[in-house]
Design a protein around this ligand. Sequence first.
Ligand code: PRP
Length: 210
Amino acid sequence: MNLQIIEHPVVRHHLTQLRDHTTSPEQFRSIVGRLTNLLVFRATECLELRPRQVQTPLTDFLGNELSQSIGLVPILRAGLGMIDPVLSLLPTAEVWHLGLYRDETTSRPVEYYSKLPPGRPVDVAMVLDPMLATGGSAVLAYHTLKRWGVPQVKLLSIISAPEGIDRLQHECPDLDVYVCAVDKGLNERNFIVPGLGDAGDRIFNTAGNE
Ligand code: PRP
């Protein structure tokens, strides 16, 4: 597993605002978008190119175009908050949703939606989920995508816990992971501390309704 932590003053600034419990759902959504822009910039650095010849208004130019098929895999629900910024950078990407929720008693992920088309995997899959806690959801997503036949899987998460990182290190050998922060750890309910609460609830304004 290859881990990249996006150390950047702008990331720290926005992440602090995201952690603040007084940040409204509207502000939370836009900050998730800003941080996702920074994550995806780093996560796309190694994408492959092929030559592309174009005519500028003045002359011929031999440039490039992206050569790999790219699939964005938002983990429902919270990953939906990261889709738009990635799609604006990669407008031809395919989007394949995976529905996973974490069982409150066991903290294990439960799959409730997956419609990957058999036999037509993308070259690169980018899993989008703002939180990596125990790592259960990320491991399940990784294995689902590997079973589909995806050669290269990347995970983009805003915050993470060392427990989840350790688990990915052991169970997902060739996964590339991009995070804005690795927090102190998990509490007794497997919530990331200091964290930012439940990203899905804060994005969709459903905190306290369950
Ligand atoms: C959260 C989060 C991840 C998962 C992380 O989702 O968005 O998908 O938990 O935890 P893990 O690393 O321990 O698996 P949640 O289950 O709260 O669902 P939601 O997005 O629908 O709120």
